[in-house]
Write a protein that binds this ligand. Sequence first.
Ligand code: PBG
Length: 332
Amino acid sequence: MFEQKFPANRMRRMRKHQFTRDMMAENTLTAKDLIYPMFVVDGHQQRIPVPSMPGVERVSIDELIKEAKEIAALGIPAIALFPVTPLELKSDCASEAFNPDGLAQRAVKAIKESVADLAVITDVALDPFTSHGQDGLIDESGYVLNDETCEVLVKQALSHAEAGADIVAPSDMMDGRIGIIREALEQHQYIHTCIMAYSAKYASNYYGPFRDAVGSAGNIKGGNKHSYQMDPANSDEALREIGLDLQEGADMVMVKPGMPYLDIVRRCKDTYQVPTFAYQVSGEYAMHKAAFAQGWLNEEAVIMESLMAFKRAGANGILTYFAKQAAQILAK
Ligand code: PBG
Protein backbone atom coordinates (compact mmCIF):
# COMPACT_ATOMS: atom_id res chain seq x y z
CA MET A 1 0.00 0.00 0.00
CA PHE A 2 1.14 3.48 -0.87
CA GLU A 3 2.41 5.23 2.18
CA GLN A 4 2.39 8.99 1.97
CA LYS A 5 5.72 10.50 3.03
CA PHE A 6 4.93 14.09 2.16
CA PRO A 7 1.89 16.33 1.92
CA ALA A 8 0.13 15.49 -1.33
CA ASN A 9 -0.96 19.05 -1.64
CA ARG A 10 1.51 21.74 -0.77
CA MET A 11 -0.84 24.70 -0.52
CA ARG A 12 2.06 26.80 0.74
CA ARG A 13 3.91 26.49 -2.60
CA MET A 14 1.72 29.22 -4.08
CA ARG A 15 2.12 31.42 -1.02
CA LYS A 16 5.90 31.52 -1.01
CA HIS A 17 6.39 34.42 -3.39
CA GLN A 18 4.58 37.67 -3.94
CA PHE A 19 4.17 36.90 -7.67
CA THR A 20 2.25 33.67 -7.06
CA ARG A 21 0.23 35.33 -4.33
CA ASP A 22 -0.65 38.07 -6.83
CA MET A 23 -1.44 35.55 -9.56
CA MET A 24 -3.92 33.63 -7.42
CA ALA A 25 -5.60 36.61 -5.74
CA GLU A 26 -9.34 36.04 -6.19
CA ASN A 27 -10.35 39.62 -5.45
CA THR A 28 -8.91 43.08 -5.86
CA LEU A 29 -9.71 46.39 -4.30
CA THR A 30 -9.36 49.69 -6.13
CA ALA A 31 -10.54 53.24 -5.58
CA LYS A 32 -13.34 52.48 -8.05
CA ASP A 33 -14.93 50.19 -5.46
CA LEU A 34 -15.40 53.01 -2.99
CA ILE A 35 -18.17 55.49 -2.27
CA TYR A 36 -17.50 58.31 0.18
CA PRO A 37 -20.34 59.41 2.49
CA MET A 38 -20.13 63.13 3.36
CA PHE A 39 -22.02 65.34 5.81
CA VAL A 40 -23.04 68.81 4.69
CA VAL A 41 -23.89 71.86 6.83
CA ASP A 42 -25.10 75.31 5.89
CA GLY A 43 -22.79 78.32 5.97
CA HIS A 44 -19.33 79.14 4.65
CA GLN A 45 -15.88 77.78 5.44
CA GLN A 46 -17.37 75.37 7.94
CA ARG A 47 -15.55 72.20 8.93
CA ILE A 48 -17.11 70.81 12.06
CA PRO A 49 -15.60 67.59 13.42
CA VAL A 50 -17.86 64.71 14.47
CA PRO A 51 -16.51 63.70 17.91
CA SER A 52 -17.60 60.06 17.67
CA MET A 53 -16.08 59.77 14.18
CA PRO A 54 -12.48 61.01 14.39
CA GLY A 55 -11.35 62.31 11.00
CA VAL A 56 -14.89 62.94 9.72
CA GLU A 57 -16.16 66.50 9.38
CA ARG A 58 -19.43 68.21 8.54
CA VAL A 59 -18.55 70.68 5.79
CA SER A 60 -20.26 73.65 4.16
CA ILE A 61 -20.87 73.58 0.41
CA ASP A 62 -17.75 75.64 -0.45
CA GLU A 63 -15.56 73.18 1.47
CA LEU A 64 -17.53 70.25 0.06
CA ILE A 65 -16.56 71.30 -3.45
CA LYS A 66 -12.86 71.37 -2.55
CA GLU A 67 -13.14 68.00 -0.89
CA ALA A 68 -15.15 66.53 -3.78
CA LYS A 69 -12.44 67.56 -6.25
CA GLU A 70 -9.86 65.70 -4.19
CA ILE A 71 -12.11 62.67 -4.00
CA ALA A 72 -12.59 62.63 -7.77
CA ALA A 73 -8.84 63.05 -8.32
CA LEU A 74 -8.24 59.98 -6.16
CA GLY A 75 -10.38 57.95 -8.57
CA ILE A 76 -13.36 57.47 -6.25
CA PRO A 77 -16.42 57.35 -8.54
CA ALA A 78 -19.14 58.60 -6.20
CA ILE A 79 -20.02 60.39 -2.99
CA ALA A 80 -23.16 60.02 -0.87
CA LEU A 81 -24.48 63.23 0.65
CA PHE A 82 -26.08 63.59 4.08
CA PRO A 83 -27.37 67.04 5.05
CA VAL A 84 -27.38 68.30 8.63
CA THR A 85 -30.68 70.12 9.16
CA PRO A 86 -30.93 72.87 11.78
CA LEU A 87 -33.67 72.32 14.38
CA GLU A 88 -35.77 75.24 13.16
CA LEU A 89 -36.17 73.59 9.74
CA LYS A 90 -37.36 70.27 11.14
CA SER A 91 -41.08 69.63 11.32
CA ASP A 92 -43.59 66.83 11.80
CA CYS A 93 -44.30 66.79 8.06
CA ALA A 94 -40.61 66.96 7.01
CA SER A 95 -41.35 69.50 4.28
CA GLU A 96 -37.71 70.64 4.21
CA ALA A 97 -36.90 67.24 2.69
CA PHE A 98 -38.27 68.32 -0.69
CA ASN A 99 -37.42 72.04 -0.59
CA PRO A 100 -35.86 72.72 -4.02
CA ASP A 101 -33.56 75.17 -2.23
CA GLY A 102 -32.77 72.83 0.64
CA LEU A 103 -29.21 72.11 1.66
CA ALA A 104 -29.06 68.68 0.00
CA GLN A 105 -30.49 70.03 -3.25
CA ARG A 106 -28.07 73.00 -3.28
CA ALA A 107 -25.13 70.74 -2.49
CA VAL A 108 -26.00 68.42 -5.40
CA LYS A 109 -26.29 71.34 -7.83
CA ALA A 110 -23.01 72.84 -6.68
CA ILE A 111 -21.10 69.60 -7.12
CA LYS A 112 -22.64 68.79 -10.47
CA GLU A 113 -21.70 72.29 -11.69
CA SER A 114 -18.14 72.31 -10.47
CA VAL A 115 -16.77 68.77 -10.18
CA ALA A 116 -16.39 66.68 -13.31
CA ASP A 117 -16.53 62.91 -13.14
CA LEU A 118 -18.01 62.46 -9.71
CA ALA A 119 -21.39 60.82 -9.25
CA VAL A 120 -23.64 62.15 -6.53
CA ILE A 121 -25.85 59.85 -4.48
CA THR A 122 -28.56 61.36 -2.29
CA ASP A 123 -30.21 59.86 0.76
CA VAL A 124 -33.97 59.56 0.41
CA ALA A 125 -35.37 59.37 3.95
CA LEU A 126 -37.06 61.82 6.25
CA ASP A 127 -35.14 61.41 9.51
CA PRO A 128 -32.89 64.47 9.10
CA PHE A 129 -36.04 66.56 8.58
CA THR A 130 -38.57 65.27 11.12
CA SER A 131 -38.76 66.89 14.54
CA HIS A 132 -39.24 63.41 16.03
CA GLY A 133 -36.23 61.81 14.28
CA GLN A 134 -38.15 58.93 12.69
CA ASP A 135 -37.75 58.19 8.96
CA GLY A 136 -41.38 58.93 8.20
CA LEU A 137 -44.58 60.68 9.19
CA ILE A 138 -46.05 59.37 12.44
CA ASP A 139 -49.55 58.98 13.89
CA GLU A 140 -50.63 59.92 17.43
CA SER A 141 -49.14 56.75 18.83
CA GLY A 142 -45.77 57.41 17.20
CA TYR A 143 -46.20 54.67 14.58
CA VAL A 144 -44.49 55.49 11.29
CA LEU A 145 -47.13 55.68 8.55
CA ASN A 146 -46.12 53.82 5.41
CA ASP A 147 -48.12 55.15 2.47
CA GLU A 148 -48.22 58.76 3.67
CA THR A 149 -44.45 58.65 4.11
CA CYS A 150 -43.95 57.22 0.63
CA GLU A 151 -45.73 60.22 -0.88
CA VAL A 152 -43.22 62.56 0.78
CA LEU A 153 -40.31 60.34 -0.28
CA VAL A 154 -41.45 60.66 -3.90
CA LYS A 155 -41.34 64.46 -3.63
CA GLN A 156 -37.92 64.28 -2.01
CA ALA A 157 -36.53 61.92 -4.66
CA LEU A 158 -37.89 64.12 -7.47
CA SER A 159 -36.31 67.21 -5.91
CA HIS A 160 -32.95 65.38 -5.83
CA ALA A 161 -33.29 64.27 -9.45
CA GLU A 162 -34.23 67.80 -10.44
CA ALA A 163 -31.11 69.11 -8.66
CA GLY A 164 -29.02 66.70 -10.73
CA ALA A 165 -28.48 63.68 -8.48
CA ASP A 166 -27.14 60.74 -10.46
CA ILE A 167 -28.41 58.18 -7.98
CA VAL A 168 -31.17 58.45 -5.40
CA ALA A 169 -30.84 56.08 -2.48
CA PRO A 170 -33.97 55.42 -0.43
CA SER A 171 -32.76 54.39 3.04
CA ASP A 172 -36.09 54.54 4.84
CA MET A 173 -37.39 50.93 4.56
CA MET A 174 -41.01 51.87 3.80
CA ASP A 175 -42.89 49.23 1.79
CA GLY A 176 -43.45 50.02 -1.88
CA ARG A 177 -41.33 53.15 -2.02
CA ILE A 178 -39.03 51.95 -4.79
CA GLY A 179 -41.99 51.31 -7.08
CA ILE A 180 -43.60 54.70 -6.69
CA ILE A 181 -40.30 56.57 -6.81
CA ARG A 182 -39.42 54.75 -10.04
CA GLU A 183 -42.82 55.55 -11.51
CA ALA A 184 -42.54 59.23 -10.57
CA LEU A 185 -39.02 59.48 -12.04
CA GLU A 186 -40.29 57.95 -15.28
CA GLN A 187 -43.28 60.29 -15.43
CA HIS A 188 -41.01 63.31 -14.98
CA GLN A 189 -38.56 62.10 -17.67
CA TYR A 190 -35.79 61.30 -15.22
CA ILE A 191 -35.27 58.01 -16.98
CA HIS A 192 -31.52 57.98 -16.34
CA THR A 193 -31.64 58.59 -12.61
CA CYS A 194 -30.53 55.39 -10.87
CA ILE A 195 -32.08 54.00 -7.72
CA MET A 196 -29.76 52.42 -5.18
CA ALA A 197 -32.16 50.80 -2.73
CA TYR A 198 -31.18 50.28 0.88
CA SER A 199 -33.06 46.99 0.62
CA ALA A 200 -31.69 45.11 3.60
CA LYS A 201 -31.32 47.79 6.18
CA TYR A 202 -31.20 46.53 9.72
CA ALA A 203 -32.39 48.21 12.91
CA SER A 204 -28.79 48.48 14.01
CA ASN A 205 -27.08 50.05 16.97
CA TYR A 206 -24.03 50.66 14.78
CA TYR A 207 -25.68 53.86 13.45
CA GLY A 208 -25.09 55.81 16.66
CA PRO A 209 -22.23 58.06 15.47
CA PHE A 210 -24.13 58.89 12.24
CA ARG A 211 -27.07 60.10 14.29
CA ASP A 212 -24.63 62.29 16.27
CA ALA A 213 -23.29 63.66 12.99
CA VAL A 214 -26.66 64.63 11.52
CA GLY A 215 -28.14 65.60 14.87
CA SER A 216 -30.96 63.06 14.93
CA ALA A 217 -29.58 61.06 17.87
CA GLY A 218 -31.19 62.60 20.90
CA ASN A 219 -34.66 62.88 19.57
CA ILE A 220 -35.78 59.56 18.10
CA LYS A 221 -39.32 59.34 19.35
CA GLY A 222 -40.00 55.84 20.59
CA GLY A 223 -36.25 55.27 20.87
CA ASN A 224 -35.83 52.86 17.93
CA LYS A 225 -36.76 52.07 14.33
CA HIS A 226 -37.88 48.48 14.84
CA SER A 227 -41.23 48.90 13.09
CA TYR A 228 -39.55 49.40 9.72
CA GLN A 229 -35.85 48.48 9.80
CA MET A 230 -35.02 44.75 9.88
CA ASP A 231 -34.36 42.50 12.85
CA PRO A 232 -30.65 41.50 13.03
CA ALA A 233 -31.84 37.92 13.63
CA ASN A 234 -33.13 37.60 10.05
CA SER A 235 -31.58 36.71 6.75
CA ASP A 236 -34.27 35.04 4.56
CA GLU A 237 -36.33 38.18 5.11
CA ALA A 238 -33.49 40.26 3.63
CA LEU A 239 -33.66 38.25 0.42
CA ARG A 240 -37.39 38.89 0.23
CA GLU A 241 -36.87 42.63 0.75
CA ILE A 242 -34.17 42.70 -1.94
CA GLY A 243 -36.39 40.74 -4.35
CA LEU A 244 -39.24 43.19 -3.88
CA ASP A 245 -37.04 46.26 -4.45
CA LEU A 246 -35.65 44.69 -7.63
CA GLN A 247 -39.15 43.92 -8.88
CA GLU A 248 -40.18 47.50 -8.14
CA GLY A 249 -37.33 48.89 -10.23
CA ALA A 250 -34.18 49.22 -8.14
CA ASP A 251 -31.00 49.33 -10.26
CA MET A 252 -28.79 48.26 -7.39
CA VAL A 253 -29.32 47.15 -3.86
CA MET A 254 -27.60 47.73 -0.58
CA VAL A 255 -26.99 45.83 2.62
CA LYS A 256 -26.42 47.84 5.77
CA PRO A 257 -24.53 47.69 8.16
CA GLY A 258 -21.56 46.09 6.46
CA MET A 259 -19.04 43.89 8.26
CA PRO A 260 -21.48 42.19 10.67
CA TYR A 261 -23.80 41.50 7.70
CA LEU A 262 -21.43 40.16 5.04
CA ASP A 263 -23.41 36.90 5.06
CA ILE A 264 -26.34 38.90 3.66
CA VAL A 265 -24.14 40.45 0.96
CA ARG A 266 -23.05 36.97 -0.12
CA ARG A 267 -26.57 35.55 -0.11
CA CYS A 268 -27.82 38.54 -2.09
CA LYS A 269 -25.11 38.17 -4.73
CA ASP A 270 -25.59 34.41 -5.00
CA THR A 271 -29.36 34.68 -5.24
CA TYR A 272 -29.85 37.66 -7.54
CA GLN A 273 -26.55 38.41 -9.35
CA VAL A 274 -27.33 42.13 -9.27
CA PRO A 275 -25.15 45.14 -8.46
CA THR A 276 -24.81 44.83 -4.70
CA PHE A 277 -23.43 47.45 -2.36
CA ALA A 278 -22.67 47.41 1.33
CA TYR A 279 -22.34 50.21 3.86
CA GLN A 280 -19.54 50.08 6.39
CA VAL A 281 -21.46 52.32 8.76
CA SER A 282 -20.50 54.97 11.28
CA GLY A 283 -20.22 52.58 14.22
CA GLU A 284 -17.91 50.27 12.30
CA TYR A 285 -15.75 53.29 11.45
CA ALA A 286 -15.79 54.53 15.05
CA MET A 287 -14.70 51.24 16.57
CA HIS A 288 -11.86 50.85 14.10
CA LYS A 289 -10.70 54.40 14.76
CA ALA A 290 -10.85 53.88 18.51
CA ALA A 291 -8.62 50.81 18.26
CA PHE A 292 -6.20 52.63 15.91
CA ALA A 293 -5.97 55.53 18.36
CA GLN A 294 -5.04 53.11 21.13
CA GLY A 295 -2.38 51.55 18.97
CA TRP A 296 -4.20 48.21 19.22
CA LEU A 297 -4.56 47.65 15.48
CA ASN A 298 -2.39 48.62 12.52
CA GLU A 299 -4.48 51.36 10.90
CA GLU A 300 -3.63 51.09 7.20
CA ALA A 301 -3.44 47.31 7.08
CA VAL A 302 -6.71 46.81 8.93
CA ILE A 303 -8.57 49.36 6.78
CA MET A 304 -7.53 47.52 3.63
CA GLU A 305 -8.34 44.10 5.08
CA SER A 306 -11.78 45.26 6.19
CA LEU A 307 -12.56 46.60 2.71
CA MET A 308 -11.25 43.52 0.92
CA ALA A 309 -13.64 41.44 3.06
CA PHE A 310 -16.55 43.25 1.37
CA LYS A 311 -15.19 42.39 -2.07
CA ARG A 312 -14.73 38.75 -1.07
CA ALA A 313 -18.34 38.67 0.16
CA GLY A 314 -19.45 39.76 -3.31
CA ALA A 315 -19.96 43.51 -2.95
CA ASN A 316 -19.62 45.58 -6.13
CA GLY A 317 -18.91 48.65 -4.07
CA ILE A 318 -18.53 49.83 -0.50
CA LEU A 319 -19.86 52.96 1.14
CA THR A 320 -17.24 53.76 3.72
CA TYR A 321 -15.94 56.70 5.72
CA PHE A 322 -12.50 55.22 5.00
CA ALA A 323 -12.93 55.82 1.25
CA LYS A 324 -10.59 58.80 1.03
CA GLN A 325 -7.95 57.30 3.30
CA ALA A 326 -8.12 53.94 1.51
CA ALA A 327 -7.77 55.60 -1.91
CA GLN A 328 -4.73 57.50 -0.61
CA ILE A 329 -3.20 54.25 0.63
CA LEU A 330 -3.91 52.59 -2.73
CA ALA A 331 -2.29 55.52 -4.56
CA LYS A 332 1.01 55.16 -2.65
C1 PBG B 1 -31.06 57.51 7.67
C2 PBG B 1 -29.74 56.90 7.56
C3 PBG B 1 -29.01 56.35 8.63
C4 PBG B 1 -27.77 56.00 8.10
C5 PBG B 1 -27.78 56.31 6.73
N1 PBG B 1 -29.03 56.86 6.40
C6 PBG B 1 -29.31 56.21 10.07
C7 PBG B 1 -30.53 55.56 10.52
O1 PBG B 1 -31.20 54.80 9.81
O2 PBG B 1 -30.87 55.82 11.68
C8 PBG B 1 -26.65 55.42 8.90
C9 PBG B 1 -25.31 55.47 8.32
C10 PBG B 1 -24.20 55.25 9.28
O3 PBG B 1 -24.38 54.84 10.44
O4 PBG B 1 -23.07 55.49 8.86
N2 PBG B 1 -32.10 57.11 6.92
